[in-house]
Design a protein around this ligand. Structure first.
Ligand code: IFG
Length: 538
């Protein structure tokens, strides 16, 4: 009997407790539903939900206690995102207190490395802590995803945009997050079709949402030279004057390039400039007759064939050209890398290719940069510390893979861009209006469902530096084209670069990916609503 009474009273106590929790006080209205903390893309390393949600309201301040320049700039960036959509003032202050708190350095951040962050939510504050500014910025990208999609809208909302619930609520809990790989890139081919500075900036904003930290710009090819070189002005003025299909082309002045570099750096992306050589050089050869072995400049090229051009390896002027171009671009590029291409040099004899790479790689080092080359570089002598970007695919022969993994075992780092996984210019399927299909069709799941760490059998794990998603522009010429091919596949590549191997699971990822759709709608991103993704209704 006693036991029954005891149980009875226990149940009553519990019910009472639940009762009060279940009936909110009459004044509070249910704020916006909170986004589950583990709904973030890329998946964070560790998530612990629980505790009191935080509601961003009219009185919320963004605090950078004792704020450094970097922390204050990131706070301003966050305010710029949230003010228009929430209608709140969200003042930035260096005073401590409740609210959205951004902390740089200090205790508890030592384990977060160069890009990690810790985000903590309780009833009084959202606190993002990081050891380095990039980490704080990545924490802000996660915070954006913990708010309803409307909070990301850049346009002024009617009626100050405060949601019906009277505030923007973020679920209680903690996220501790650091990236798996340091190299998480996206490449944009601005040569086949030229993209303006503003179009590149738009793509940078989108890449930053998914913690991509490298923007590889394919600045030269057969169809266009896109960067002004003072010592060789016709490269841009003539070599950049057209594009695939014969349009007017274009090029970046050195100030334009500096603007792209600066915009990217403010969002913690490092620009990796590529001058593709010795092949893919018709635009340069057309601009200066002396660069050609026969002294005759070929016409400008507006088609889409590859492999027909080569710099003249035996000529001395070729290395004056390379030295001038590499010097000017290296001086414009704060990042550590300079990509020298090296792919599809079908009009360069193998011995000449090796001789050319033996001469050019020391020039890159002379100007203080680290070489990246497409993986064909492993057929020559990759410089010490060089990185090879693998773009093979399922049809790539064992010998070619072996050449790459041998180089990896010899110290060459690898960036993985398998063409039938990571090439965003591959059609999704046979009905995709844009893109190519030489590597096959690449659907959303296929782009996600592979592991960079084990993709190349025989490559030591420490050789894998990360991933990159190239977007070649033979068939693309607008931002809408870029977005249609990049979304929804780019976030999957970003997750492969950032998230722990153990978190990899298409079944759960596709639900998180689907929740990104309303965000892209709010931001006006022209994504492909792939039937592989269970997009939310409406
Ligand atoms: N391969 C060529 C690119 C481009 C691409 C289109 C590399 C490294 C096919 N080289 O990819 O110039 O034409 O998918």
């Amino acid at each position: 009997m006693r036991r029954r009474r005891l149980l009875g009273s226990l149940l009553l106590t519990v019910a009472a407790a639940l009762g009060t929790a279940a009936a909110p006080p009459p004044t509070a209205r249910a704020a916006t539903p909170t986004v589950p903390l583990d709904h973030v893309v890329p998946a964070p390393a560790a998530v612990h939900e629980g505790g009191t949600p935080y509601t961003i309201g009219a009185g919320t301040r963004i605090r950078v206690p004792g704020g450094s320049g970097d922390a204050r700039r990131i706070a301003g960036y966050l305010a710029g995102l949230l003010r228009p959509s929430t209608g709140y003032a969200l003042p930035v202050t260096t005073k401590g207190g409740d609210g959205i708190v951004l902390r740089l350095g200090g205790r508890g951040t030592a384990d977060l490395g160069a890009e990690g962050y810790r985000l903590r939510v309780d009833g009084r504050a959202v606190t993002i802590g990081a050891r380095r500014p990039a980490g704080l910025f990545h924490g802000v990208q996660t915070l954006r995803q913990l708010l309803p999609p409307a909070a990301g809208e850049h346009r002024e909302r009617a009626g100050a945009g405060v949601p019906p619930g009277g505030g923007w609520r973020i679920g209680g809990g903690t996220i501790a997050d650091t990236p798996r790989y340091g190299y998480r890139g996206a490449m944009l081919d601005v040569s086949r079709h030229f993209f303006t500075v503003d179009q590149v900036k738009r793509y940078i904003d989108q890449l930053a949402m998914y913690k991509i930290n490298k923007l590889h710009l394919h600045l030269s090819d057969d169809q266009g030279w896109r960067i002004a070189i003072r010592s060789w002005p016709r490269l841009a003025t003539y070599g950049g004057s057209t594009q695939v299909g014969g349009g007017k082309g274009g090029y970046y002045s050195q100030d334009d390039y500096r603007e792209i570099v600066s915009y990217a750096a403010d969002r913690y992306l490092t620009v990796v400039p590529e001058i593709d050589m010795p092949g893919h050089t018709n635009a340069a050869l057309a601009s200066y007759a002396d660069l050609n072995c026969n002294g005759v400049a070929p016409p400008l090229y507006t088609g889409t064939h590859v492999g027909f051009s080569s710099l003249c390896v035996p000529k001395k002027v070729t290395y004056d050209f390379v030295d001038d171009v590499v010097r000017e671009i290296a001086r414009l590029t704060p990042g550590p890398y300079l990509h020298i291409g090296g792919d599809e040099a079908h009009s360069t004899g193998h011995a000449d290719y090796v001789a050319f790479m033996d001469k050019v790689q020391p020039v890159v080092a002379k100007y203080g940069k680290t070489v990246i080359g497409w993986h064909q570089l492993t057929g020559a002598h990759p410089a010490k510390g060089a990185l090879a970007q693998y773009w093979g695919y399922d049809a790539t022969g064992a010998a070619e893979r072996q050449q790459v993994t041998d180089a990896a075992r010899n110290g060459t780092g690898l960036i993985l861009s398998p063409a039938d996984r990571a090439y965003l210019d591959m059609k999704y399927d046979k009905d995709t209006p844009l893109g190519l299909n030489w590597a096959g069709y690449v659907g959303v799941r296929r782009a996600y469902d592979w592991d960079p760490g084990s993709y190349l059998q025989g490559a030591p794990g420490e050789a894998i530096r990360g991933v990159e998603a190239p977007l070649w522009s033979e068939t693309l010429s607008t931002s809408a084209h870029i977005e249609y091919m990049a979304f929804p596949r780019l976030p999957g590549i970003a997750e492969l670069g950032w998230s722990p191997r153990a978190s990899h699971d298409w079944g759960s990822y596709k639900l998180r990916l689907a929740a990104q759709g309303p965000r892209w709608d709010a931001l006006g991103i022209h994504y492909y609503r792939s039937p592989e993704v269970p997009w939310p209704a409406g």
